[in-house]
Design a protein around this ligand. Sequence first.
Ligand SMILES: Cc1cc2nc3c(=O)[nH]c(=O)nc-3n(C[C@H](O)[C@H](O)[C@H](O)COP(=O)(O)O)c2cc1C
Length: 170
Amino acid sequence: MDVEEAIRTRRTHKVYGSEPVERAVLTELLELGRWAPNHHLTNPWRFRVLGPEALERLKAAVGPDGAGKLDRAPTLVAVSVLCTPDDPVAEEEDLLAAGCAAYAVLLGAHNRGLAAYWRTPAILREPAGRAALDIPDAEHCIGLLHLGPARQEQRVPERAPLDDVVTFLA
Ligand SMILES: Cc1cc2nc3c(=O)[nH]c(=O)nc-3n(C[C@H](O)[C@H](O)[C@H](O)COP(=O)(O)O)c2cc1C
């Protein structure tokens, strides 16, 4: 799959098969993530692959209403970014870089025929959820990537027409 096809055809999946993503494949995906552009080469992203104990801790933190959603995909990866509140410009750049890294993981998964989903559950902004995944105060969690075998065709959500979002300045 070439890069443009991957960008156009990647979709958010919410239904998965039960087979976890193999560790070797996960390692490839996270290795891809670290090639995201990042100013000053700060390498600001951090990835935490949830094992069964971490998943149980997160479920306990979110409670019964939210726990079911954590079982949708067999493999979950929390993506966070190092915080640098004393340097707001660097902090913004690092946040964007970590977003690029997360996207690279999604594209790599799609390229391998895996389904994926970038989710931002509120629990990961709360102390209990962060503690469940050992995310220190010095990191901001930007998402919980869901990964696994695809089980459904996804509809293609419309994007705004190009004219709505592009201006060619004189
Ligand atoms: C930063 C970010 C956070 C997201 N958080 C959620 C979420 O919490 N719940 C959800 O259903 N989708 C979430 N999504 C997925 C978007 O809803 C999805 O990308 C959008 O509907 C377009 O669909 P597509 O990914 O198939 O193109 C998130 C996407 C991004 C980039």
